[in-house]
Design a protein around this ligand. Sequence first.
Ligand SMILES: *[C@@H]1O[C@H](CO)[C@@H](O)[C@H](O)[C@H]1NC(C)=O
Length: 314
Amino acid sequence: HAEGTMRDGNQSSTLGFILLGITGQQQQEDVFFILFLFIYPSTLIGNLLIILAIHSDIRLHNPMYFFLANLSFVDILFSSVTVPKMITNHLLGSKAISFGECLTQMYFMIALAATDSYILAVMAYDRAVAISRPLHYTIFISPRSCFLLVVGSWVIANASTLPHILLTASLSFCGKQEVANFYCDISSLLKLSCSDIHFNVKMMYLGVGVFSVPLICIIISYIRIFSIVLHVPSTKGMLKAFSTCGSHLTVVSLYYGTVMGMYFRPLTSYSLKDAVITVMYTAVTPMLNPFIYSLRNRDMKAALGKLFSKRISS
Ligand SMILES: *[C@@H]1O[C@H](CO)[C@@H](O)[C@H](O)[C@H]1NC(C)=O
């Protein structure tokens, strides 16, 4: 039996898959293609500017901004997993994706989304410490613990993604190999398999925990933040720390809003509403983070301004 599975696996690896697209209709695909042509460069430039501004301004050399730079880095990678492939396929008039590319896309989509959620949780924890323990902040959030929190986010996210990819790679695919999406997502692939997928589906539900653990951390952090800000007569420093929570809360709501939209999306539905949620999740949210942070944050605006004036004068 194992040999049979191997042979089927090999067969699908030579055939690959067909990506049907965001809605599956040519005219709409053209519209999304043009949209992505604008969104993707904006995502790259916006997030790169955030990273450059933070690293070049000594006043932003603190944990909160380093975490933000990490978030921008993850967002650049996240949108690079799906959008360039969609753009090149559209230009080449092709819908094909190889089995290896498909699994790679799936791996990075899950791992980077998970890393994103852990970094959002780390940022919430950072704000909670800044507000509840302002005097001991540098002890709790030392350069060493910053490094550990960031590396921990990457390691946990990747380690919890690997089993899903290995399980999917061992499935056999026969018959129709059309993925009802513009990238390889795990639920579409499971649906195409002719193996027994009960265990895979169970693991997928378990994997939802990867996204809910950081969410629980974020909720606990904000309960702590609000209980302090609402009950203790606030000092100036505490208010300043609280003012930076607004951008973070906006990004968190956008992220979990679209994740939930994706999760509750019917598998084969091709309605325009589902298409919009998919595009929001894969391309728009990663583009918006830099805008949310740079528009609402005075220090960030100043750093970006300095970055531009330095470039112009040099
Ligand atoms: C991510 O965070 C770490 C630790 O704070 C920092 O050293 C590193 O420069 C950050 N990465 C980016 C891309 O800014």
